[in-house]
Design a protein around this ligand. Structure first.
Ligand code: HT7
Ligand code: ZN
Length: 859
């Protein structure tokens, strides 16, 4: 497959101001009549040929200006037409089989209904079209379908008219007044029921809100509806953005490749991010619904009103929208906890990407298959990059920058450069050098040393941006670092400062320190970097107990644990040294348990041990087996030392009745944390307590937490709980997904055998991405099982990739990065991982998606 390069961008020679689509809907056969008004694009180099992208389509007929035409040719999957004049009307008929569409891109059948997914290049699987984000058109769409099979007919924009045909079918005509690219087109037809509500915008527009689901799911849509209304208000208040249609529809579908899609006025969602109630959804699931509803809604401005010129600019809409949804969630709940969670995601998913063979800048320079670039780098690092701009100029000036951006580029297909320039001008910020964050991949490493002499503390900083594929040399980046210098006696500081490291090395002096202060740096995670600080264990203990920045406090405790585990994994510690480090960590955790100033949500965050993936990421070469052993041993040691404290915590938290209030959510969080430590320190006690928690649970958070602990250990409680859970929830796909995921993500030593057996379970299917992810993604991201010493985990994942690739290449390709970590593993595992990548690479007829990921991973 050819490589597409950012530098080769050319505007499309034709504009398509109006599109009219007529759908004759059927699950097995849908006929599409597409009428395009086209005109020469004065802003592009003239060409008489118009290229209309297709993917697997066959032409039924073509007419130009009302006359049937044979004057077309195919170039691969694309249709080429030669047009003599300045403006024409093209009419094309295609017919497709949605039920055969297992890729879930374009128009497909899901659970008896029809729906679409067009981003990034799915529209070309429906009809021939210039399927690129810089061709903006207004759409008029008429949908005809059997009234029983498809009682609900939905499309973008406003419903203009409906009626019945003589043959018993009915129809609906929709018009979207806002010009949009084809990737924002959507259509849904099926048997659906709606939760209907309304929202009055800041300028008095009455908007009807519908959340469409399957009959029977309606009572699980309340949280999604509340989240939507909160998002609409928040975007008005925080970014001045008002909704622009009279209707906003959301549809939940059970077969979906990602989380959701921001189609104009008709968002299509994975059911996972719509349905929630206390019996079937955890607190984390509730947050997921709120965050994704917000994210898709915010795209109405950052993505739809201003879209991307080309797919290299994806972070323009995704990075910015992730930042907007993160800030929203910070405002809706606990800001520090949300920040810690976001950093954990970044470190768990993006840092490994940035340090591996798939590393790319947030604005990539080339791709073969754009679906592979919906990455943590484009999304999450993209959000961090914009967050740094906000940190450097402050909230108010940032808002001036975003106002300018929205004003200046409304209705356009814009670039990342347009965004940076608007922030630069609107906020009054010099971002000249900062632009390197858009072009350079790799996570900068900052080395930090604090020196003290007389009354002066001097901070020495240096940065190293590592080489990444295709980028051997890097330029220094501007790194905004928030810091504070603590007085050891008073345990306070004089105020937070922001410094910007913009050269390879720099020193900063601070006067008036008679004693060496304790440095708290990268507070709030002000820059997405790795900090290597030369700091004493006692100072980390000090910060873990006293830092007033919640993130920095969390970070100090993490650093304390990470540095100990690194040493113990490497075998650098004598027994006595290891015992004393474990004692220090347990003491720091006891301080967290006893600190009355902390709320339980934050306490729960502080109790999360660094993940095995993150620990591996901190090591040049990782031995996942040793990491797993040492981390588990530390958990057991802490659990045993603090058995009474954790038991008391569990008892206190268990007395808090269920609600969605922060206190109750915090109680549930620490309850399962306590259980995990207790089960590690005293398995018998842990098993008994987990079973008791399972039996007493009146909500999914407690039930899933207990089941998670029980799946990790052998015993009758495990068998009984898994059986009970399945029987209680069979038929509820999202909860059965949890049942699969808990077993695949389990600490149990026989997880691989369990996963192989589960793949044969009647409820397992490769056709449903949620189910595939719940079993195999949970397995692939379960380090101790995936990295089994005999390589069986690697073989299993490679088998999954090969089996899934012909069915759903996008989902198959998402497994490859796990094997792509082979260069950073100890030699035996490294060789076995590489061997599996080579096995995949040598398979015939690999999809473009998987081929690209495998070849880059081996490259
Ligand atoms: N903008 C949406 C991207 C998306 C997508 C991309 C490729 C294949 C399937 C997809 N479904 C949704 C999601 C978002 O970021 O909001
Ligand atoms: Zn998005």
């Amino acid at each position: 497959p050819p490589t597409i390069r950012r530098e080769d961008y050319q505007p499309f020679p034709w504009t398509v101001p109006e599109v009219s689509l007529d759908f004759d809907l059927g699950l097995e056969a849908t006929r599409i009549v597409s009428t395009l008004k086209v005109a020469r694009n004065p802003a592009a180099e003239a060409s008489p040929t118009i290229r209309l992208n297709g993917d697997g389509l066959e032409v039924v007929s073509v007419a130009i200006d009302g006359e049937p035409s044979n004057g077309w040719t195919m170039d691969g999957d694309d249709l080429l037409l030669t047009l003599p004049g300045e403006a024409h009307e093209i009419r094309i008929v295609t017919e497709i089989d949605p039920s055969a569409n297992t890729q879930l891109m374009g128009l497909y059948a899901s659970d008896g209904m029809l729906c679409t997914q067009c981003e990034a290049q799915g529209f070309r699987r429906i009809t021939f079209f210039p399927d690129r984000p810089d061709v903006l058109s207004t759409y008029r769409v008429k949908m005809h379908g059997d009234a029983e099979t498809f009682p609900v007919l939905l499309c973008n924009g406003n419903l203009e008219s409906t009626g019945k045909d003589e043959d018993g079918t009915h129809w609906a005509e929709w018009h979207d007044p806002w010009p949009k690219p084809s990737y924002l087109f959507a259509l849904v037809a099926g048997q659906l029921v709606a939760n209907t509500d309304s929202f009055t915008t800041m300028n008095g527009r009455e908007v009807t809100l519908n959340i469409y689901v399957r009959d029977g799911d309606l009572d699980r849509t309340g949280h999604a509806m509340e989240s939507l209304k909160k998002s609409m208000r928040w975007d008005e208040e925080t970014f001045g953005r008002e909704y622009d249609l009279d209707l906003f529809n959301i549809v939940a579908v059970s077969d979906f490749n990602m989380g959701a899609m921001e189609n104009k006025g008709l968002n299509v969602f994975n059911t996972k991010y719509v349905l929630a109630d206390e019996d079937t959804a955890t607190d984390g699931d509730f947050d997921g619904v709120e965050g994704v509803i917000a994210h898709e809604y915010f795209h109405n401005w950052s993505g739809n009103r201003i879209t991307c010129r080309d797919w290299f600019q994806l972070s323009l809409k995704e990075g910015f929208t992730v930042l907007r949804d993160q800030l929203f969630s910070q405002d809706m709940g606990s800001a520090p906890v949300k920040r810690i969670e976001d950093v954990r995601v970044l470190r768990g998913a993006q840092f490994p990407e940035d340090s591996g063979p798939l590393a790319h800048p947030i604005r990539p320079d080339s791709y073969r298959e754009i679906s592979n670039f919906y990455t943590a780098t484009v999304y999450n690092k993209g959000a961090e990059v914009i967050r740094m701009m906000r940190t450097m100029c402050g909230e108010e000036r940032f808002r001036k920058g975003t106002d300018l951006y929205f004003d200046r580029h409304d209705g356009e297909a814009a670039t990342c450069e347009d965004f940076v320039r608007a922030i630069e001008e609107g906020a009054g910020l010099d971002l000249e050098q900062f632009r390197r964050w858009y072009s350079q991949a790799g996570t900068p490493k900052i080395t930090v040393r604090l020196e003290h002499a007389g009354n002066t503390a001097t901070l020495h900083l240096s940065q190293d941006v590592p080489a990444t594929p295709g980028q051997p040399e890097k330029q220094p980046m501007p790194i905004p670092l928030k810091l504070a210098l603590f007085d050891r006696e008073s345990k306070s500081h004089r105020g937070e400062e922001l410094i910007v490291l913009d050269s390879q090395e720099a020193s900063f002096t601070f006067e008036g320190f008679a004693q060496p202060p304790v440095l708290s740096i990268n507070r709030g995670f002000s820059a997405p970097v790795v900090i290597e600080r030369d700091i004493a264990q006692d100072d980390l203990v000090f910060l873990a107990a006293h830092d007033d920045d919640p993130f920095a406090r969390y970070e100090a405790l993490q650093d304390l644990i990470v540095s100990h585990l690194k040493q113990s994994v490497n075998g650098d510690l004598a027994d006595a040294e290891r015992d004393s480090a474990r004692t220090a960590i347990a003491a720091a955790i006891r301080a967290v348990l006893q600190d009355d100033a902390l709320d339980d949500l934050m306490r729960g965050e502080l109790l999360v041990l660094p993940s095995e993936t993150y620990l591996a990421e901190t090591m040049a070469v990782a031995d996942p087996g040793r990491i797993h052993e040492e981390r588990q041993a530390l958990r057991a040691a802490i659990g045993a030392t603090l058995k009474d404290d954790f038991s008391a915590l569990h008892k206190r938290a268990s007395a808090v009745p269920y609600s969605l209030q922060p206190e109750a959510r915090g109680a549930r969080k620490v309850k399962t944390q306590a259980l995990m430590f207790l089960a590690a320190g005293d398995p018998e006690l842990g098993r008994a307590m987990a079973w008791a928690q399972y039996e007493a649970a009146d909500n999914m958070t407690d039930r899933q937490g207990a089941l998670m602990v029980l799946t990790g250990v052998d015993g009758i409680e495990r068998t009984n709980a898994l059986l009970d859970f399945y029987n209680r929830y069979k038929g509820n796909a999202l909860v059965v997904d949890k049942w699969f995921a808990l077993q695949a993500g389990s600490m149990h030593p026989n997880t691989i055998e369990h996963v192989k057996a589960l793949a044969e379970h009647p409820d397992f299917t490769m056709k449903n991405p949620n189910r595939v992810r719940s079993l195999f993604m949970a397995f692939a991201y379960n380090p101790h099982a995936f990295h089994a010493a005999d390589g069986e985990g690697y073989r299993l994942v490679a088998d999954v990739i090969l089996a899934l690739d012909p069915i759903n290449p996008q989902t198959a390709a998402r497994f490859v990065p796990q094997l792509g970590k082979w260069r950073r593993m100890e030699p035996k595992r490294s060789a076995m991982m590489k061997e599996q990548l080579e096995r995949i690479a040598s398979a015939p007829a690999l999809s473009r998606d998987t081929y690209e990921q495998v070849s880059r991973s081996l490259g």
